[in-house]
Ligand binder design. Structure first.
Ligand SMILES: CC(=O)N[C@H]1[C@@H](OP(=O)(O)OP(=O)(O)OC[C@H]2O[C@@H](n3ccc(=O)[nH]c3=O)[C@H](O)[C@@H]2O)O[C@H](CO)[C@@H](O)[C@@H]1O[C@H](C)C(=O)N[C@@H](C)C(=O)N[C@H](CCC(=O)O)C(=O)O
Ligand SMILES: Nc1ncnc2c1ncn2[C@@H]1O[C@H](COP(=O)(O)OP(=O)(O)OP(=O)(O)O)[C@@H](O)[C@H]1O
Length: 495
């Protein structure tokens, strides 16, 4: 990309510049660790670092141009562009670098505290079944149609990664882009200028109050997804837990769903056991759709209905949707049965509940499918909302019969302190035990289980590592560990 093209792309953002306009620039990065000779280094003010503090390093690493938004830290004796917002500039440069034309795509975005991955995965799955090309950008994977490219570090990747995925999608003629949008991504311009045709809000409950100032700010940021809609785009919201008046969108562009009978799409007659669910979705024109699925719990009826509304609005036939929902295998680590307990007297499930609302939903659903006890294994993550730990402790006590409190991903926080915070909410008159080692905790929980009991291992879902201080990663997958432990118990029982 020539220098003068960069000036055209950044256009309104530019305050001043001094760099060779006839020179070709072929690599852009915001990370000094990725600089190659000749790179353009874009300084981003982040959460932990200020990229402007790395200008000297970038120059030492042979960057050829620095784009900055902080006049005080800009080095004016080196080729530079001073802009009003480097995050926006970085997005525009990446879109141009990968030759992205948003008109080539149809963007579907889902935000909310819980249910994003489930809803977006359902939409992607049915689109591919309907032979509509689709890319999935979500916590559990980046997929081009059915091909899993990789599992991303973030729920919503950085704008450079998104641009690269769009480019790959274009090469494969993929038009539909199913994107899970976290509050961090919205706050950090990771979806800058992306024109969504459908934006879905599942629910907003407590989470991430370490990052967002307060609940109001968190809510405001989640709602900002609707400001990314195209002029003719629609918003889809769960009316059971959101207020249409708070959605920054004209009322006639909002479609609602929920159990409440004032929603446009009404859910009713939900029935489920430990492996399947059936319920009805009534459309605004009165058509009733009987949905059969392997996902269970009222919250999943809501997730399926969100996906149903989006797919109907994309013109997908009802029968294809119903068939897709029946075949959908579920999202790894979301109320996932550990297979080798299918034929034993108790059941073990892995679930990603790591917020108070999710934990409550999963435990109340579990209660409905068992005559036995609920044995819960859980902890809480470090470097995250501290206030939710006690609340999760209260919910654990309220809805389970036996609790094993253990490590989640402590990251740089003191694991014992995390457990202390959880214990503040635990009802000490009910059975509970603290076993910090997660493997031992799971083993204990499984050994406590007897006929009709359900063991729920919550909080880490599909994740493959436990994260400890200073970036220490220990390979650990709840499903694999639980499977292995159950297998050993089975052998002992056979003897
Ligand atoms: C707190 C946070 O969200 N940080 C995200 C953010 O990084 P940042 O811009 O704040 O980066 P920073 O580390 O402060 O550094 C600032 C700048 O200095 C640069 N730098 C830094 C160090 C250095 O040596 N050289 C250098 O150039 C960095 O490249 C960056 O440009 O932007 C990066 C690129 O998009 C993200 O990868 C990174 O996610 C971190 C790893 C993270 O853990 N984020 C979590 C909290 C997160 O975003 N989670 C949500 C999902 C939550 C959920 O749904 O439950 C998500 O969407 O994943
Ligand atoms: N609609 C919902 N309401 C409340 N809880 C839900 C809902 N859907 C899922 N959950 C709970 O949240 C957990 C995570 O589900 P899912 O991955 O779909 O949500 P998410 O919003 O993508 O979460 P994350 O961004 O952390 O990946 C599930 O394991 C379940 O416990």
């Amino acid at each position: 990309m020539l220098g003068h093209e960069i000036v055209e792309i950044l256009d309104d953002l530019i305050i001043e510049y001094n760099f060779p306009l006839d020179k070709n620039y072929t690599f852009f990065t915001n990370n000094t660790n990725k600089i190659k000779p000749g790179s353009v280094f874009v300084c981003i003010k982040g959460t932990f670092f200020d990229g402007h503090d790395f200008i000297k390093t970038a120059i030492e690493f042979n960057a050829s141009l620095i784009i900055s938004e902080d006049a005080k830290k800009t080095q004016f004796d080196f080729p530079y562009i001073l802009v009003s917002d480097t995050k926006q500039a970085y997005a525009l440069l990446n879109y141009a670098y990968y030759n992205i034309d948003f008109n080539d795509f149809n963007f579907i975005g889902v935000t909310g505290t819980n249910g994003k991955t489930t809803v977006i995965s359902l939409i992607h799955y049915v689109l591919t079944q309907a032979e509509k090309n689709s890319s999935l950008i979500s916590t559990v994977g980046i997929k081009l149609n059915n091909e899993l490219l990789y599992e991303p570090y973030n729920t919503t990747p950085g704008v450079d990664e998104i641009a690269r995925i769009l480019n790959l999608s274009k090469e494969r003629n993929i038009e539909n882009i199913c994107l899970e949008v976290s509050s961090h991504a919205l706050a950090q311009n990771r979806v800058y200028k992306i024109p969504f045709s459908i934006a879905i809000l599942t629910n907003i409950t407590r989470d991430h109050l370490d990052y967002h100032k307060d609940f109001e700010e968190y809510k405001e940021i989640k709602m900002s997804l609707f400001r990314h809609l195209k002029d003719d785009g629609i918003g889809i919201i769960n009316l059971d837990c959101n207020n249409v008046d708070e959605v920054p969108l004209e009322r006639d562009r909002i479609v609602t769903y929920g159990f409440t009978n004032v929603a446009d799409y009404v859910i009713s007659d939900v029935e489920y056991n430990n492996s399947q669910m059936v319920f009805t979705i009534k459309e605004p024109d009165g058509t009733e759709n009987k949905i059969h699925t392997h996902l269970i719990g009222e919250y999943n009826a809501q997730n399926l209905t969100a996906a149903f509304v989006a797919l109907r609005n994309m013109g997908i036939d009802r029968e294809i949707i119903r068939h897709g929902f029946l075949e959908f295998p579920g999202v790894p680590g979301r109320f996932q049965l550990v297979e080798n307990t299918r034929d034993v007297e108790y059941k073990v499930y892995i679930d990603f509940a790591h917020t108070p609302d999710a934990l409550e939903k999963v435990l109340t659903s579990a209660r409905k499918i068992t005559k036995g006890r609920i044995i819960l294994v859980f902890g809480a993550g470090g470097a995250a909302d501290i206030g939710k730990r006690k609340i999760m402790g209260e919910i654990a006590s309220k809805y389970s019969d036996l609790i094993v409190i253990t490590d989640d991903d402590p990251k740089n926080d003191d694991p014992d302190e995390i457990i202390e915070h959880i214990l503040e909410g635990i009802d000490k008159s009910k059975p509970y035990i603290v076993i910090r080692n997660r493997r031992t905790a799971i083993k204990a929980a499984v050994s406590f289980a007897s006929r009709d009991d359900i063991v729920i291992i919550a909080g880490r879902g599909h994740e493959k590592f436990q994260l400890y201080e200073n970036g220490k990663k220990i390979p650990f997958n709840d499903y694999e560990v639980a499977y292995e432990i159950v297998q050993k118990f089975r052998k002992v029982m056979k003897r």
